[in-house]
Design a protein around this ligand. Structure first.
Ligand code: AMP
Length: 187
C-alpha cells in the first residue's frame, strides 16, 4: 500500500496515519516529524528549519525532499508507506511523482481528509495543550492554514488529475474517520 494523506493542519492526518500504520504494517512517514527529529538532534538543517517552522512557513522544497528520499530508501519502506505532510505544494507533488517513479513505487491512493477550517483551529488549540508544539500558537496556526489554502490545496487537484484521489469527511470520532478511510482503501 502506497498512500498519500492530504488535509489541512489539524485535520487528523497524523492520527489517522498512525492507525493505518498499524492496520497495514507499513511506515508512517511524516515530513513534519522528520524535521522535528532534526531539530531535536540539533543538526544544522534542523536549526535552520526551526526558524521557518516556528513562523508556520514551508521549509525549502529540496531540503524536505532530501530527507524524504533518505527515509524512503530505508528497508521498511520497501513494502509501502503512508506519507503525511508531503507534498505541500505543486512543485513537491511533481518532485514526489518523479522520485516514486525512479524507485518504481508510484502512489496508489491519495486521500483528502476534509474538515471545516473553523473546526481545525479548535482542534489545534487542544493539541497545543497536549503536545506543546511551538507552531501551534493561534497566530501561527492562522498563517499555516492560509499557506495550506494557497499552496497545498491545489495538490488535491493534482491527484484528481492522476485519478487516485478520494475524499473522506474528517468530522466525527477518530474511529469514524478511520472507518471511512478503510472503506476507500478496501473498495
Ligand atoms: P506538520 O507536522 O506536517 O504539520 O509540519 C509542521 C511544519 O513542518 C510545517 O508547518 C512546515 O514548516 C514544515 N513542513 C512539514 N512538511 C513540509 C513539507 N513537505 N514542505 C515544507 N515544509 C514542511
Amino acid at each position: 500500500m502506497r498512500l498519500v494523506l492530504l488535509g489541512a493542519p489539524g485535520s487528523g492526518k497524523g492520527t489517522q496515519a498512525k492507525l493505518l500504520k498499524k492496520e497495514f504494517n507499513i511506515p508512517h512517514i511524516s515530513t513534519g516529524d522528520l524535521l522535528r527529529g532534526a531539530i531535536a538532534d540539533k543538526t544544522e538543517l534542523g536549526l535552520a528549519a526551526k526558524i521557518v517552522m516556528d513562523k508556520g512557513q514551508l521549509v525549502n522544497d529540496d531540503i524536505v525532499l532530501g530527507m524524504l528520499k533518505q527515509r524512503l530508501a530505508q528497508a521498511d519502506a520497501k513494502k509501502g508507506f503512508i506519507l503525511d505532510g508531503f507534498p505541500r505544494n505543486l512543485v513537491q507533488a511533481d518532485m514526489l511523482d518523479k522520485l516514486l517513479e525512479e524507485i518504481n513505487m508510484p502512489a496508489q491512493h491519495a486521500i483528502l481528509i476534509a474538515v471545516d477550517p473553523e473546526e481545525v483551529v479548535g482542534r489545534i488549540a487542544k493539541r497545543a495543550e497536549i503536545e506543546g508544539r511551538t507552531d501551534d500558537t493561534q497566530e501561527v496556526v492562522r498563517d499555516r492554514i492560509k499557506i495550506y489554502e494557497k499552496e497545498t490545496a491545489p495538490v488535491v487537484e493534482h491527484y484528481k488529475q492522476h485519478d487516485i484521489l478520494s475524499e473522506v469527511l474528517g468530522t466525527g470520532s477518530i474511529e469514524q474517520v478511520q472507518h471511512r478511510i478503510l472503506s476507500v482503501l478496501r473498495f
